[in-house]
Design a protein around this ligand. Structure first.
Ligand code: ATP
Length: 256
């Protein structure tokens, strides 16, 4: 068993934060305020789940934080860099360096082996990976005997473990996970959530996960509740029951 090396134990500034973050779609009577003046911070080395009713702005918030879309107004800092005013090309380069993604549908390249998929971010950036870090992640995610396999030869859980290794290989400031267990059975899903939690607790990774699943969110150290494009609440050290109660309270507010 290898000794796990923390990512960067001295980092103290938030991994990501927003001020007055607003995103509207459409105009006039048809305007939709997907995010409405959101102020939020994500500490380095924290595992946050973002929850809320359908249409509350979860995906929009994640896209803004990851620099995949632009705010209408307000600011987003990723690793203390204000990305709101950067040019598209600068955001793309920053995202490549600072952000890892884990998607519901795994999003692996079908003609690449597991090893090639994990190393893809380095291929794109034209940089060399750290072989010791690669070995450590492969060990941690139990992928040692799957590296030469294509995604079609892997189970869903194994494919998602490859996707997590690919997200972590660049030691990004933030890993964004979008419903990472949505396509998995409960056993594989719970393994994936444990790996994400281990990456936070033992490697110092910062993870921000969007999910509808209270059981999944209970693996996080904090749950942010969104409603109508605003932060409607926060639960620290969440349990499934506390999360369900928080979501129920939002539904009651919606009906009232
Ligand atoms: N490209 C777009 N054009 C117009 N409206 C949009 C667009 N993207 C999102 N919206 C609207 O913004 C609001 C927030 O959407 P968002 O997808 O962020 O919610 P969500 O909480 O992720 O929802 P879900 O849980 O259903 O995925 C919704 O009212 C949605 O219809």
């Amino acid at each position: 068993m290898r000794t796990l090396q923390p990512l960067a134990p001295t980092r103290t500034e938030p991994a990501a934060r927003t001020r007055g973050l607003t995103k509207t779609y459409g105009s006039g009577d048809a305007i939709v305020r997907a995010l409405d003046g959101v102020d939020v911070e994500f500490a380095s080395g924290e595992f946050t789940a973002i929850m809320g009713p359908s249409g509350s702005g979860k995906s929009t918030l994640m896209h803004m934080l990851a620099g995949l879309d632009r705010p209408t107004s307000g600011s987003v800092w990723l690793s203390n860099i204000d990305i709101s005013d950067l040019k598209d090309k600068q955001v793309t380069l920053l995202r490549r360096e600072k952000v890892g993604f884990v998607f519901q549908g795994f999003n692996l390249l079908p003609m690449y082996t597991a090893r090639q998929n994990i190393l893809l971010p380095f291929e794109l950036a034209g940089r060399k990976p750290d072989p010791a870090w690669f070995d450590q992640l492969v060990d941690l995610l139990h992928l040692g005997d799957r590296l030469t396999h294509l995604p079609s030869e892997l189970s869903g859980g194994q494919q998602q473990r490859v996707a997590i290794a690919r997200a972590l290989i660049t030691r990004p400031a933030v890993v964004f996970a979008d419903e990472p267990t949505g396509n998995l059975d409960s056993r594989s899903g719970s393994q994936i959530l444990s790996f994400l939690r281990t990456s936070v607790r033992e490697l110092g990774q910062t993870v921000i996960m969007v999910t509808h699943d209270a059981v999944a969110a209970a693996h996080a150290s904090r749950v942010l509740l969104l409603a109508d494009g605003r932060i409607a609440g926060e639960i620290t050290d969440p349990t499934t029951d506390a999360i369900s109660a928080g979501l129920d309270a939002l539904r009651v507010d919606e009906v009232a």
